[in-house]
Design a binder for this molecule. Structure first.
Ligand SMILES: Cc1cc2nc3c(=O)[nH]c(=O)nc-3n(C[C@H](O)[C@H](O)[C@H](O)COP(=O)(O)OP(=O)(O)OC[C@H]3O[C@@H](n4cnc5c(N)ncnc54)[C@H](O)[C@@H]3O)c2cc1C
Length: 388
């Protein structure tokens, strides 16, 4: 298999350290230029970054999710944009591992593990963002049944310009469908307006105008795409975004503690002030809490626990709050420097804001968690009626 060209890491710490070294210089440049050159992604592929969640038999590293999460945190702390590209790639790999036919897995996973192919996750549409049940894209089989015709327009697709394969969600007469579509005839990628957060991931609009693909590129049975494939991909993605948010929060706290320890104001270091210490403590507590929850949630997702989707929503919320608090505190402690557009803290802050919207906006996840609590209480009381 060609995928064996990917370097097999000895473990998460090894890979995180390797990626950290590779990213130290590059991350800043990517954010400034607003893109990550494909040639540099290839270098990271050699470190095993794109096959983290792919089984060893397909050329991936098959690391446990707890270790994968550690690598994601390290990558996002350096480059939130690269991290988001790895997340969507991993979500598509997850869909293939879990829902695709053995033939499709055999055909694509080795190349995806080696980074020879990059994948993008194409779910969002203009009329279907936080509500994924309102998809307008159609995936229609021809009369002969050997071809699927895709029509629709996907919005804000990370790495949409650079991807070699899109996992597209749509429907046929109301039955949800997921299908792999390579760029080609009938597929047009147009960059979206530049975003403040995850800028170098180059979110793009992808138009499908009667794009025809072989029917064997369908992933899972018709009707399964939204309730099963998309949901399990989003659970996986929320876990990885939580890991990234923790990495961003840690990077911000590192900046903040450096400032508190060294910046002298009025004859003493900033960190002598109780209010400053409280801000650092606030960030640290949220980070530690989110990291602890991430570890248990990773295991629950790995074991496919029935409440894994709710747990993933919870950790994504907590981690994105940690990122928001830590980046806010860090930017403020830097004073004027924290307002500089090209400063690392500004990018971390923008990433933290983006985490409140991607992979389920905060309000949607709160609603999901609250609804599960109400359902649980109703199940215990055996009625749907309100009670004390
Ligand atoms: C940088 C970036 C990268 C992205 N990458 C991808 C990608 O790779 N693939 C992909 O498919 N999509 C991607 N997206 C799209 C992202 O998933 C959507 O932006 C997100 O789902 C929200 O959809 P929307 O923007 O249409 O907001 P809307 O659905 O219009 O929601 C707007 C706001 O309304 C509020 N809201 C929504 N629902 C509720 C509710 N039930 N109760 C209370 N308030 C509510 C929330 O505050 C929400 O933020 C990306 C977005 C960004 C910014």
């Amino acid at each position: 298999m060609t995928a064996t060209t990917a370097r097999q890491p000895n473990g998460a710490a090894d890979l995180a350290a390797h990626a950290d070294g590779l990213l130290a210089e590059a991350a800043d440049r990517w954010e400034r230029t607003g893109s990550i050159p494909r040639s540099e992604l290839a270098g990271l592929a050699g470190a095993g970054l794109f096959g983290l969640t792919i089984p060893v038999m397909y050329g991936g590293s098959g690391l446990p999710l707890t270790d994968v999460a550690d690598v994601h945190a390290a990558v996002a702390g350096r480059s939130p944009s690269l991290h988001s590209i790895v997340v969507v790639h991993s979500m598509v790999c997850h869909a293939l591992v879990r829902w695709a036919t053995p033939a499709l897995r055999e055909r694509f996973l080795p190349k995806l593990a080696a980074g020879q192919m990059m994948a993008a996750f194409a779910l969002t549409e203009a009329g279907s963002g936080s509500d994924i049940r309102a998809l307008g894209t159609t995936v229609t089989p021809t009369d002969e049944g050997d071809t699927l015709v895709v029509d629709g327009c996907k919005r804000w697709i990370s790495n949409g310009l650079g991807a070699d394969l899109y996992l597209v969600f749509g429907h046929d007469a109301g039955a949800g469908r997921a299908v792999l579509v390579p760029p080609g005839a009938g597929v047009t990628a147009v960059p979206e307006p530049e975003t403040t957060g995850l800028r170098a991931a180059r979110a793009s609009e992808i138009r499908f105008d009667s794009a025809r693909v072989s029917a064997d590129l369908g992933v899972s049975r018709p009707g399964f795409a939204v309730p099963h494939v998309a949901t399990s991909c989003l659970t996986h993605g929320r876990l990885l975004v939580a890991a990234g948010a923790i990495g961003v929060a840690r990077a911000a706290l590192h900046i903040a503690t450096g400032q508190a320890a060294h910046r002298i104001i009025g004859g003493s270091v900033l960190g002598e002030r109780q209010l400053v210490r409280a801000a650092l403590a606030d960030s640290a507590i949220l980070i530690d809490g989110a990291a602890a929850l991430l570890a248990t949630t990773s295991r629950a997702v790995e074991e496919r626990a029935s409440d894994a989707p709710i747990r993933a929503a919870k950790v994504k919320l907590l981690a994105s709050r940690a990122a928001q608090a830590a980046t806010d505190h860090a930017a403020r402690l830097l004073g004027a420097h924290g307002m500089v557009a090209e400063h690392q803290v500004t990018r971390l802050l923008a990433a933290a804001r983006t985490y409140q919207v991607i992979e389920g906006p905060t309000e949607v996840l709160l609603d999901l968690i609250g609804a599960a609590l109400v359902r649980g209480r109703q199940a215990v009381s055996g009625t749907g009626e309100a009670g004390p």
